[in-house]
Design a protein around this ligand. Sequence first.
Ligand SMILES: Cc1cc2nc3c(=O)[nH]c(=O)nc-3n(C[C@H](O)[C@H](O)[C@H](O)COP(=O)(O)OP(=O)(O)OC[C@H]3O[C@@H](n4cnc5c(N)ncnc54)[C@H](O)[C@@H]3O)c2cc1C
Length: 381
Amino acid sequence: MDQQLEKLGAKRIFHLGLGDDDANLEEDFMIWREAFLPKIAEEFGWELNTEAETMRLYQMELVEEGKALFKGEFGRLGAYERPRPPFDVKNPYLATVAINEELHTEHSDRSCRHIEFSVEGSRIRYEAGDHLAVFPTNDPVLVDRLIEMLQFEPDHAFRLVNVDEDASKRHSFPCPTTFRTVLSHYVDICAPVKSRVIKAISEYCTDEGEKEFLNKLATANEEGLKEYPRYIVKELRSIIDVLTDQKTCKPPIEYLLELLPRLQARYYSIASSPRLNEEKIAVCAVVTKYTIGDRLINGVCTRYLTTKLASSKSPVFVRKSTMRFPHRTTTQVIMIGCGTGFAPFRGFLQDRQFHKNAGNEVGAMHLYSKFHIMRMRISNS
Ligand SMILES: Cc1cc2nc3c(=O)[nH]c(=O)nc-3n(C[C@H](O)[C@H](O)[C@H](O)COP(=O)(O)OP(=O)(O)OC[C@H]3O[C@@H](n4cnc5c(N)ncnc54)[C@H](O)[C@@H]3O)c2cc1C
């Protein structure tokens, strides 16, 4: 696009900013933005207002009792009680967990779950090789820690309304709702904190030392660019960690909710074939769990999945993928996939098993994989 704009005669005011996700994307952005803003202001004769960056975009309105509230749905109120296809990122389907079992043996210190979701009656269609997106719920223990630290009434009903009436986005998450619902379903409270969030919350420190430290983290100078990657990126500090360390930092909850990024769905390779059972979708999820210093960090979605017992429900949708087996079932295939890289192949194996059982000729399949003391559930129940 950058080249295209230049070709079309656009006048360049500032260089294109590129970030390296393998290094530190946030740091790349901080450096670029630091020089970009003064240049733009100079070019257009604007006065740079440094307070604009932390200006609130939304205003909180309390909602009267008895009003219908969002309880974790995305598109429309009551979407889970009255599901309406098509199901996608804005309208996930509340699937029932049919099976959730551990694949590792007791000799392993790891965890990998075989989970089957029932989508019976939903009209969801999928193919072996597609992905299943799962919308997680944040750990209630972490939600309670935030409530305790910031001292607000979690079950108050409210809505955030964009102060700019012409803005295309009225709310930053489904409203009206409660603080607890937003913290559980709509905002990411575990991701490493962005520098602009740190800058915004620094205003709410009563201790000058803490305020200074947060300001340092959020500034793209030599010190900040050393400290932000160490304290936030390398040590993966979330908003909860930052507020735990900076004890006097108490931003209003509605402002924090405006600042935090949306909680994203996680994708899993579908490990089943609809030819065997079109009403069940299987995935294979390695549980993310690690420690940094004395902090035990659980992966948001895999922690959530481990708590989902059979018969419980979870919002999901299918995303089409380009990973497909050759059309001709007689074509020989070589499959290579370590750990959960094996997952889609389970679906393809089931596909060919179906054809074989139907009396069709099928080509040889060679599978190369490496498992850590793990069993694989080969067939669906
Ligand atoms: C197309 C696609 C298909 C996928 N298929 C599968 C699949 O079949 N099975 C599967 O298990 N996963 C799969 N994934 C990954 C999956 O989507 C999630 O990313 C994964 O389950 C972790 O999610 P989480 O919410 O539990 O962890 P998060 O809370 O998102 O945390 C994960 C992050 O934690 C950090 N992290 C993890 N381990 C460590 C460590 N030891 N030290 C330091 N930091 C660490 C990393 O930054 C990592 O990005 C797939 C992803 C994509 C995009």
